[in-house]
Design a protein around this ligand. Structure first.
Ligand code: SF4
Length: 485
């Protein structure tokens, strides 16, 4: 077996992913998502920025020939080249597995090693802004191989991260190798052990972890067939272990459990929510948790608000508002769209003019992003027609209201999942928020208005779904409190 740094990276994120990368049927892999391609492109651009000021030598070898790549890397190390880019490191493991790694840069330092009065430390360039644990494990893996190769432990390693905030450049992070090397050694041992087994590690569907994984569709299909508990909202990997330990392996079993029996393991609040969540799924019924602390404001005109953003450009390029006039039973959608990033200030003023023309209307939205963004835009471009505090006080987050008052038979509480359950359909059911980011980027490149229209339609549907959800919630609260006949 050959353990590469990318296998180790994926192992750190999900053991099953590393196993499938090695042994899975490539036909079962999902097509690479546009959003992943976009991240890869951004990553390459960031690498170019980081390398621009370095005097480096690139390792040249025939594609795929690792032995030649390793030999060429050793040659440059022997010569004492100051920065070696795209090198290949090789080593061995006590199990017999071969270890291979591709450090992005090897940086020469003063100090003794088998080369003479210099040695190398690894430097990797990452698009992220935080020194995630998996980045530190991978660079420590490079440090582990360098130790084998040059006969001394590299005392540091560098992660070149993106600075916080737009246009903040490169932020170097020094990895504490003495701390990470023993941890990484253990992870290497465990990874090789898992990859030597016959069976793939158990799946666990998690939106955060699985979202960009190429094995998502096959894992999700299997999870559905098995009715895996990770599909039950609120079951985290830790809670999953706790449920397994007390023999609760199906949603039906959880649904029949008494709160008092689960309470000692995970606390009353979580136990109650989990049991109700299982009951909602088993019965396909919504369950009232509690009524909201105060009723929703009464207003003839209501506003529903949703934003599309391009995080890479730190840009909120579409502010969509659905104006619903209950008296006339009409509704009108307004899409304030920045056709270029420079128009963000302009669409903010257009948005303000609209919402301030209905000064007493509540502004419904789904997630805290809308409120955060309005605050950012007000600070960036100013506010007219009232204070930011007044504007903010009109915002009502339906996500908070849903999750605090009702349990739904859904796998998660995104707008898509919740609104679908109450019967709403998007006109483009397969488009996602991440797709919209790519569509907008392509619009900027090509000027193809059809792309903008697709984003506008998606945003309008989000506003319509938010409207439908608000009406459903009010009806549900009312029905739930009526005495049964
Ligand atoms: S979809 Fe999720 S569970 Fe499956 S391999 Fe990927 S990260 Fe792991």
């Amino acid at each position: 077996m050959i353990l590469t740094d990318s296998l180790l990276l994926h192992y750190k994120r999900c053991q099953r992913r590393a196993f499938l990368d090695l042994y899975g049927n490539p036909q079962a892999k999902d097509q690479v998502q546009d959003f992943v391609l976009k991240l890869q492109q951004e990553s390459r651009s960031f690498q170019e920025v980081c390398l621009a000021d370095l005097n480096y030598q690139k390792v040249q070898y025939p594609y795929g020939d690792l032995d030649q790549g390793f030999a060429a890397t050793l040659e440059l190390m022997q010569q004492g080249v100051t920065h070696i880019v795209d090198g290949v490191l090789q080593g061995s493991h006590s199990s017999g597995a071969a270890l291979v790694a591709y450090p992005q840069v090897l940086v020469r330092q003063a100090g003794d090693s088998r080369w003479g009065e210099w040695y190398y430390v690894p430097m990797n360039i990452k698009l992220g802004k935080r020194p995630k644990a998996e980045y530190q494990v991978v660079i420590s893996y490079h440090g582990h191989l360098l130790t084998q190769i040059q006969g001394r432990v590299p005392d540091r390693a560098w992660l070149m991260l993106r600075g916080r905030g737009h246009g903040q450049g490169v932020s170097p992070y020094s990895v504490d190798l003495p701390k990470w090397l023993p941890v990484t050694q253990q992870i290497i041992d465990e990874c090789i052990q898992v990859l030597s087994q016959d069976k793939a590690p158990e799946l666990f569907i998690s939106r955060q972890r699985c979202g960009l994984c190429p094995w998502y569709r096959s894992c999700y299909a299997q999870a559905q067939t098995e009715e895996h508990l990770s599909l039950l909202a609120g079951v985290t990997p830790n809670r999953y272990q706790q449920l397994q330990a007390v023999g609760l392996t199906t949603k039906e079993a959880i649904a029949q459990t008494k709160i008092a029996d689960l309470e000692p393991i995970m606390g009353r609040s979580i136990a109650t929510t989990l049991i109700h969540q299982a009951q909602a799924i088993v019965t396909n019924q919504a369950i009232l948790q509690r009524l909201p602390q105060q009723p929703l404001p009464v207003s003839e005109i209501e506003l529903y608000f949703d934003i599309e953003a391009e995080p890479e450009l730190n840009l909120d390029y579409l502010l969509g508002v659905l104006v619903v006039d209950k008296a006339t039973q009409t509704q009108e959608f307004h899409a304030f769209l920045a056709e270029t990033p420079e128009q963000e200030a302009q669409i903010w003023q257009q948005f303000l003019a609209l919402v301030q023309s209905y000064p007493r209307s509540p502004i419904y939205h789904f997630s805290d992003y809308e409120l955060e963004t309005v605050t950012r835009l007000a600070h960036a471009y100013g506010i007219t027609g009232g204070s930011l505090g007044e504007l903010r006080s009109r915002f009502i987050d339906l996500h908070t209201l849903v999750t605090s008052t009702v349990i739904l038979p859904v796998e998660g509480y995104s707008l898509k999942q919740v609104a679908k359950w109450i019967g709403f359909s998007w006109r483009d059911p397969n488009t996602t928020g991440a797709d919209c980011v790519c569509l907008y980027d392509r619009w900027l490149l090509t000027g193809d208005r059809a792309l903008l229209e697709q984003v506008r339609r998606y945003n309008e549907d989000d506003c319509l779904a938010t409207h439908r959800l608000k009406d459903w919630l009010e009806d549900f609260w009312q029905i739930s409190t009526q005495p049964s006949t």
